[in-house]
Design a protein. Structure first.
Length: 494
């Protein structure tokens, strides 16, 4: 028999609906934006046979009264921790759907002693689509494939919460960066995604699982964002198995094949290659008006690290100007090192020159973060490995389309500066074997890269695949900028 009661923390009220049996595991179910405990009914029935289920209405949703201000994801995570302690729950299984996944991720990251295991169903927000316009478009795409029952239930829940309260809660959802919490979660975690989920693309759900120290990933066939509603039996079985410590889904502690660049047929590859070179040719024209760096780059917020831009081979610093402008607009001081010209010198020699140049310039306590493209990423990793890296205050590297394992197509060129990128090159092998700094590297790459066909994924690093094809045109994509900014934020926390 189900029972309902209130949990209060100051003005904040959480409605708790308890069901299930006294023996077995405790499950805490946290709904997404605009939803309520009723959304869990089908899944709760399945889990109730294996333990005690606590389905919640967060403040302002379902039957819970609306507080004066919306709660941020971290605040909601702390509220769940208070509830667990007050209810006397012994290391329950936390299950969150959509924005509820953001909430329980914060609880698990901040209070590992309270959580036995974690389940993230359709976790938001994909950092490459962290805008209201993009999330609205994804929501409408998902609505178009919803089951009528799910649609009607969703409309009723949104109406009960009210459009004003729903809109006020959008900002905390979009501002929260779940990717910063995930690496701090010690609990075994299962990431569940519906095959047709338009809001949570597969690459992002896989990335979520790969960022978790003990993450596993599973996909439910034929379902969308609300997969636990129509597939409650299947998802409930997965959660129960995960709670028992049995394998559910595939392990994702290290990046697997889906995080690598995709393969393409020859005709499509040639088309993307042509577009890529068209972009590169256009950007090369920027050198004509690039005698000096923009004066605005010399200033930035005192509490943000300085950004050092490292271009790729045959790239003048101005090739990265759009990225530099965007990072400067975000509050970073942006630096380039003059004298590299087209960056054709060997990696080690370039690293030596950069180290000497950076040592001559005083740097703030917040330090420096390297942002590099292609070969620049290899130079950046070599800089991190140097004995003087700490003195230079180098905190980490965000590398874009970097051939960390070499580029086998470099054999098609006679230029020694390109052939130095072959997988068997002495420096490439040395950098590949040096894994001590990989945890301070964020590797960003697209869905297809003709120049780096074996991919830019790096073991031990944070690997981010953006939904853009190409080796050069990736640099101009807004998704890449978001990934770079998120990478900088992640490195800043280390």
């Amino acid at each position: 028999m189900a029972s309902t009661r209130d949990f209060r923390s100051g003005e904040r009220v959480v409605v708790v609906r308890q069901s299930g049996i006294a023996d077995g595991r405790d499950y805490v179910l946290v709904h997404g934006l605009g939803m309520s405990h009723e959304y869990w009914n089908g899944l709760a029935e399945v889990l109730a046979a294996t333990g005690t289920v606590y389905a919640l209405d967060l403040p302002g949703f379902g039957d819970a009264p609306e507080p004066r201000e919306p709660l941020g994801m971290a605040e909601s995570g702390e509220l769940i921790a208070e509830l667990i302690a007050a209810e006397g729950l012994d290391r329950p299984v936390l299950v969150g759907h959509s924005t509820g996944a953001q909430v329980v991720a914060e609880t698990a990251a901040r209070h590992p002693e309270l959580v036995d295991s974690l389940v993230l169903i359709a976790p938001t927000v994909n950092p490459r689509e962290r805008t209201l316009a993009k999330q609205t478009a994804r929501f409408l795409q998902d609505v178009a494939v919803l089951n009528p029952k799910v649609f009607a239930q969703g409309v009723a829940s949104y109406a009960e919460a009210g459009p004003r309260w729903y809109v006020r809660n959008l900002r905390p959802m979009l501002e929260h960066r779940i990717e910063l919490a995930l690496p701090r979660i010690a609990a075994p975690t299962l990431v569940v995604r519906g095959e047709h989920d338009r809001i949570v693309p597969r690459y992002w759900a896989e990335e979520v699982a790969s960022l978790l120290p003990a993450g596993r990933y599973v996909e439910v066939p034929g379902r969308g964002h609300e997969t636990m509603d129509l597939a409650g039996g299947r998802v409930g079985e997965l959660i129960a198995r995960h709670a028992r410590g049995e394998p559910a889904g595939r392990a994702m502690a290290q990046p697997e094949e889906p995080l690598k660049s995709e393969q393409m047929n020859t005709l499509s590859a040639l088309g993307w290659w042509a577009l890529d070179y068209a972009y590169a040719g256009w950007r090369q024209l920027a050198v004509l008006g690039a005698r000096r760096i923009p004066s605005a780059w010399r200033t930035g917020n005192a509490d943000k690290p300085e950004i050092v831009l490292l271009p790729g081979v045959y790239e003048h610093w101005s090739f990265l100007r759009p990225l530099g402008d965007a990072l400067n607009a975000a509050g970073h001081r942006v630096t380039i090192v003059h004298g590299l010209r087209l960056n054709r010198r060997p990696i080690v020699e370039t690293s030596d020159r950069l180290a000497r140049a950076l040592a001559r310039v005083r740097v703030r306590p917040e330090g420096r973060i390297l942002v590099a493209h292609s070969k620049g990423g290899l130079v950046g990793k070599h800089l991190l490995l140097r004995d003087e890296a700490e003195a230079l205050r180098l905190r980490g590297l965000v590398a874009i389309c970097t051939p960390f394992a070499g580029a086998r197509r470099a054999r098609l060129f006679t230029d020694p500066s390109i052939r130095a990128l072959l997988p068997g090159d002495e420096t490439i092998v040395m950098l590949g074997n040096a894994a001590s700094v990989n945890s301070r590297i964020v590797s960003v790459f697209g869905t297809f890269d003709a120049h780096v066909p074996d991919g830019s994924a790096l073991d031990g690093a944070t690997n981010v695949r953006v939904p853009v094809a190409g080796h050069f045109r990736v640099l101009g994509a807004p998704e890449t900028l978001l990934a770079v900014r998120d990478g900088i934020a992640r490195i800043s926390t280390l």
